[in-house]
Design a binder for this molecule. Structure first.
Ligand code: HEC
Ligand code: HEC
Length: 372
């Protein structure tokens, strides 16, 4: 048996980057507040993959697509002999060849729908220009994105299972070769990388790491940038601002449906235990403004989801009593509502910076600390 060098350093580092970038991105996906990091790791994952595709054409032997084994007969033989030693493969065996191509296809769907969801649902990033046209379908893109990410996870599971079978049953050193680059084979198969490939390999790793750094640390880069505009309510409607932002912040009109605003404005004498009544001219003018910008007339994620969760029941006049709000704040430590910084659920600004400008971005959430 002869030790042959099969996987160059750049392949092996890129492989580790793929594992780390996917794992971090997947884990962060569940935390709204950390969404921009999820996106950054996702894009960086895409950069590693993009270079890998180029590498499949200009890389050394075995890294090239043409050296993958797509023979169905070989695949059958390989799959049918799980518990026996099979033909030796210096590069990718047939099962992993197919698995890798499958992973590429799923990756493409995952990254593309991720960028779509970020643009359409969150109104962030390079595809945010699609937000206004497709906001009604925002959840579709997010669902496909999540589905493809879970499918990718399943493929990773199969990939790891295959690698473990390879190592412990077929006694191949395929896994180890992803660490040190060498496989023990019948014949000498050592690959050589030329200077051009060495440079591309180096650029591959540096570019992937730099992409991550850039996405995380460059404020307002086009891949993360927020396309939601700050709303200056004082300027947009001075009367609304004067009358409705004196006891609390000016609640963004897009946070309630038109009917809720109508009901609220009809009964300002009994406004949450306060008398907030105003003359009828001001009342009519404010109501017109609220209706014009109500949830039905907004494209915000919060408006779309709020309306959906209300299921036509539009007579709830407190945002904090709506099912959508309750669901979004369900997991927050109950003690926070009694802290002196928060005091009331209606005190949105204690946690949502710039909500008084109509911005509800995930990365503008900062919770006060609970002192015990
Ligand atoms: C005199 C003081 C006062 C004025 C003026 C006032 N409000 Fe309020 N508003 C309150 C109080 C008090 C609450 C209850 C806050 C809480 O639950 O902590 C409230 C609650 C609300 C809520 C519900 C917040 C939640 O819990 O989701 C909305 C929406 C609201 N006000 C809109 C308006 C609008 C629109 C105007 C202008 C027409 C207005 N308010 C004027 C005192 C006022
Ligand atoms: C004690 C802090 C706190 C207060 C007060 C608070 N929120 Fe939140 N809110 C959060 C946190 C934390 C999240 C993110 C939850 C998560 O990770 O899913 C959130 C999420 C949301 C979301 C969902 C955002 C999204 O992108 O899906 C909306 C909408 C929202 N809050 C509106 C409000 C409004 C309106 C008020 C005031 C009436 C308010 N919140 C008061 C902490 C708070």
């Amino acid at each position: 048996m002869i030790k042959s060098y099969i996987w160059p350093l750049s392949n092996r580092i890129a492989h580790i980057l793929l594992i780390v970038f996917f794992a971090v991105s997947y884990l962060l996906g569940d935390f709204d507040k950390l969404l921009r990091y999820h996106v950054a790791f996702g894009y960086a994952f895409g950069v590693v993959i993009a270079f890998r595709i180029v590498w499949a054409f200009i890389g050394p032997k075995y890294s090239k697509l043409k050296d993958f084994n797509f023979s169905l007969t070989d695949l059958m033989a390989y799959m049918l002999s799980v518990f026996a030693k099979t033909k030796e493969y210096a590069g990718h065996n047939p099962a992993s060849s197919f698995a890798i191509v499958g992973m590429f296809v799923v990756t493409f769907v995952m990254l593309f729908t991720g960028a779509l969801a970020y643009g359409i649902q969150e109104n962030h990033g390079i595809l945010s220009f699609l937000h206004n046209s497709y906001f009604k379908d925002m959840e579709f893109f997010k669902d496909v994105h999540e589905l493809s990410a879970n499918l990718f996870l399943a493929l990773i599971g199969a990939h790891i299972a295959g690698a473990l079978i390879d190592k412990y049953i077929k006694k191949s050193d395929a896994i180890d070769s992803m660490v040190h680059g060498y496989k023990t084979l019948q014949i000498q198969e050592t690959i050589k990388t030329n200077i051009f490939q060495k440079i591309i390999g180096f650029v591959w790793i540096i570019a992937s790491l730099y992409a991550l750094y850039y996405l995380i640390f460059t404020q307002d880069n086009m891949f993360i940038a927020n396309a939601n505009q700050k709303q200056n309510y004082a300027q947009m409607h001075p009367v609304f601002f004067e009358e409705c932002a004196s006891c609390h912040i000016a609640y963004a009109p897009y946070l309630l449906p038109a009917n809720a605003w109508i009901l609220m404005m009809k009964d300002l004498e009994n406004h949450f235990g306060e008398d907030a009544s105003i003359d009828s001219v001001a009342n009519a003018s404010i109501l017109a403004f609220l209706r014009e910008n109500s949830a039905e007339n907004a494209t915000h994620q919060a408006s779309v989801k709020m309306l959906k969760s209300l299921k036509g029941k539009t007579d709830i006049i407190a945002i904090t009593k709506t099912p959508f709000w309750e669901k979004k704040h369900r997991d927050i430590d109950k003690n926070i509502w009694n802290t002196k910084e928060v005091k009331s659920k209606a005190n949105c600004k204690a946690c949502h910076q710039e909500i008084d400008f109509g911005l509800l971005e995930n990365d503008l959430i900062a919770m006060p600390k609970i002192k015990s």
